[in-house]
Design a protein around this ligand. Structure first.
Ligand SMILES: [Mn+2]
Length: 358
């Protein structure tokens, strides 16, 4: 198992690469979607947002090119790190894939080209979250130990999405007033199937593993739209929809622990035993939706060491990143939170790797 760090777009620079290296990371997972084009999100913290989401999506006419991907990878390699995955499509590039809109066919072609670019650049995994509402409905507060600012839910969020918005970002700021009609759950699964049928064969050819994040927060509906993977067993449905080694999971332990069904250790065992983990988001949480709170990694409901032991036993050899961490009270709240989480996971990996008979 390898230790990694997730970096947002504005953090893709030598200083942050050195920070990752100093924390003992060997791998990076990077975001190319810019969640911080809105003043509502402070760069450095994980993006949150009110009813109007995280802000503006990117340029619909520009998918990430081979040249820019390989340039980023070169800089990361020069810092002594490996680039394991890109996390998330830009809503500007696939809004009609999620909404079954008029541009769906063209956008699927663009996504195919993007995956080819990713494969050619030698980046092994692409993480995504097939969701209409996206990561919406969460709040920030002094929820973690010592009143550290963390993210959580204080109740469901079903205010409908305005037109022009999907995946918690605005892809069309000139959209006519109105709301996005609610899809049915069946429609959403059909849309996922269309997506997997189009993308997985290309991913196989390009040598890229597609890795699906579960719905965060994992409620049956968010913003009056259905969710796909809001209970642990629904991950199996996603896997079985398109059997392929390249149809895998961005396995988020925190989100899975927030779900109301299942035992988190059984869930980790089940999917890691199947070899379906692309990479792992490892964070801790207290309680379940719709009233959970993110915690420091040593302080929630999940026994992190037990999770690492299960992953080790099932021979998971991929990358583990901290996902989110509470903001710590100092001049560099994000860095301190991540350094704490990385140190804890690194110690856990050293313990587990040093143990016999597990
Ligand atoms: Mn996650």
């Amino acid at each position: 198992m390898k230790l990694g760090l997730g970096l947002y777009r504005h953090q893709l620079n030598a200083e942050h690469y050195r920070f990752a290296k100093q924390c003992g990371c060997t791998h990076l997972v990077i975001h190319l979607v810019d969640y911080f084009r809105s003043s509502r999100n402070l760069p450095g913290d994980q993006p949150c947002g009110d009813d109007s989401g995280w802000g503006l999506a990117g340029n619909p006419n520009h998918i990430w090119s081979y040249e820019e991907l390989v340039a980023i990878k070169r800089d990361i390699n020069a810092a002594g790190l490996e680039l394991e995955a890109i996390e998330n499509f830009d809503p500007a590039h696939w809004h009609d894939v999620l909404l079954d809109g008029l541009k769906k066919a063209q956008q699927l072609e663009n996504l195919k080209q993007l995956i080819r670019n990713v494969g050619r650049a030698g980046i092994p995994i692409f993480g995504y979250n097939f969701s209409i509402a996206g990561v919406a409905g969460r709040v920030k507060g002094p929820f973690a130990r010592g009143e550290a600012e963390a993210v959580g839910m204080t109740g469901p969020c079903d205010k409908p999405l305005p037109n022009g918005m999907v995946w918690n970002m605005v892809y069309d700021s000139d959209a006519p007033i109105g709301i996005v009609p609610s899809a049915t759950r069946e429609q959403l699964w059909t849309r996922l199937k269309d997506f997997l049928d189009a993308i997985i064969p290309v991913a196989e050819e390009a040598g890229v593993t597609m890795a699906a994040h579960p719905d965060d927060p994992p409620l049956p509906t968010v913003r009056a739209q259905p969710r796909l993977v809001y209970q642990p067993h629904l991950y199996q449905k996603l896997i079985d929809l398109k059997p392929s080694p390249h149809n895998a999971l961005e396995f988020c332990v925190g989100t899975l622990a927030e779900m109301t069904d299942g035992d988190i250790y059984d869930v980790v065992d089940n999917y890691s035993r199947q070899g379906k983990l692309g990479y792992v988001h490892l964070r801790n949480v207290r309680d379940k939706v719709p009233h959970y709170k993110e915690t420091f990694i040593d302080d929630g409901d999940v026994d992190i060491l037990r999770v690492l032991r299960i992953l080790k036993r099932n021979r998971f050899q991929g990358v583990i990143i901290p996902d989110h961490a509470p903001q710590m009270s100092c001049a560099a709240p994000w860095h301190a939170g991540m350094a704490f989480a990385l140190g804890y996971i690194r110690a856990g990996l050293q313990i587990v790797n040093g143990e016999r008979g597990i």
